[in-house]
Design a protein around this ligand. Structure first.
Ligand SMILES: *Cc1c(COP(=O)(O)O)cnc(C)c1O
Length: 370
């Protein structure tokens, strides 16, 4: 533990933040680990995005376009949105952080769901605000519980849909009900990090709601289906007044030129995106069946990951068993899910390996405990 300085101190609340713990990325002793801990795209980015990234190498001495004009235009064109209502951030993490900084401070509350994404809490605390957690029902976002947790101090409500780490989705009608009944002063933020994987009919990640209302924001990312997690590109679709506020606090050059150019190429490659979504659906559903057969039922997932119920006490052993064989999974006790493990849906080879290891682990673990 670092010792606090006697007089130089960060803002109140900062030292009570437990730093974000990402998925592990390496296994000591294994030279080629299969990383299934951070919901990255196993097929990587569109080859066009890689080419655009490389082509940007001859302009590194020049500041990037601080207005992100071409990337916003491309997103607007592909997603059918207005470019002036789009803002880009260094990952959607930065958008989440800017929203908290702009709308919540000491005495204010930032509401999120029980098993919600860890950055909501961290960004709320960093802004000096108080994170508040609403219970979920059967590991699904519960709109009634969110409404019950609202107070006159609620400034932001974060809902990831589908949620991470559960993978579950709530319907557009429920989300619309939340928007309608929440306190007028609270901004509703719909985090659509996994939107491109969702096949549910009528799902639009909240775009229509954000267009119609002046109190709803939709966030998206290039880190998941677009396979560009290393470049840090996220965006939000928001009402004009929110764009105006965020533009005042964001760093003027918060996205690099290689990121802007790769992002533009990636979002225009709809064929690559569809290929990845299709493969994900096929192998996710295949793997869910195999895990269930091995005694680890999974929640129905709309994302590129599965949340498997492994059972109390078995999580640590399973994690170690996989790690010893070069496969990194994600423990989610930090998300109040001590009996579950989250597994990113890899490519065919990775999924077959996970299925085989899960079956072996279940067999051997049972023999060991018999
Ligand atoms: C992965 C993820 C993000 C994306 O974060 P980036 O900063 O864009 O990489 C946002 N929200 C949720 C729920 C996620 O799982």
């Amino acid at each position: 533990m670092t010792k606090p300085h006697p007089v130089i101190k960060p803002q109140p609340g900062i030292l009570s933040i437990a730093p974000y713990v990402g998925g592990e990325s390496a296994v000591p002793g294994a030279n080629r680990a299969i990383k299934l801990s951070s919901n990255e795209n196993p097929y990587g980015p569109s080859p066009r995005a890689v080419a655009a990234y490389a082509a940007a190498a001859d302009r590194l001495a020049i500041y990037p376009d601080g207005g992100h004009a071409r990337l916003r235009a491309a997103i607007a064109e592909v997603e059918g949105l207005e470019p002036e209502r789009i803002i880009c951030g260094a990952g959607s993490d930065e958008i989440i952080s800017m929203l908290c900084q702009a709308y919540a401070g000491p005495g204010d509350e930032v509401l999120h769901t029980e098993h919600g994404f860890g950055m909501y809490r961290i960004s709320a605390l960093a802004a000096g605000a108080t994170p508040v957690e609403a219970p979920e029902k059967d590991m699904r976002t519960d709109v009634d519980a969110l409404l019950a947790a609202c107070t006159e101090r609620t400034r932001l409500i974060f809902v990831a849909n589908p949620n991470n780490p559960t993978g579950t989705l709530v319907g557009a009608d429920e989300i619309a009900r939340l928007a309608r009944l929440k306190p007028a002063r609270a901004l509703l933020v719909l985090d659509g990090a996994y939107a491109e994987y969702v096949r549910a009919p009528g799902y639009d990640a909240g775009a229509r709601l954000a267009r119609m209302r002046d109190d709803v924001v939709m966030t998206r990312t290039f880190s998941k289906i677009h396979g560009l997690a290393a470049l840090r590109i996220g965006w939000a679709y928001a009402p004009d007044h929110v764009i105006d506020a965020l533009d005042r606090i964001r760093g003027p050059f918060n996205l690099s030129t290689p990121a802007l150019e790769a992002g533009e190429a990636a979002i225009r490659d709809l064929e690559w995106r569809e290929t990845c979504a299709l493969r994900n659906e096929v192998w996710r559903d295949w793997l869910a069946k195999r895990l269930a057969a091995a005694g680890m039922p999974c929640l129905p997932s709309e994302g590129n990951f599965l949340l498997a119920h492994v059972g109390a006490g078995r999580v640590e052993r399973m994690d170690a068993f996989f790690k010893a064989r070069g496969v990194i999974l994600r423990k989610v006790a930090g998300y109040k899910l001590p009996e579950h493990i989250r597994i990113t849906v890899g490519d065919e080879e990775a999924c077959r390996l996970v299925a085989e290891l899960a079956a072996r682990f279940a067999r051997e673990d049972q023999e060991g405990s018999a």
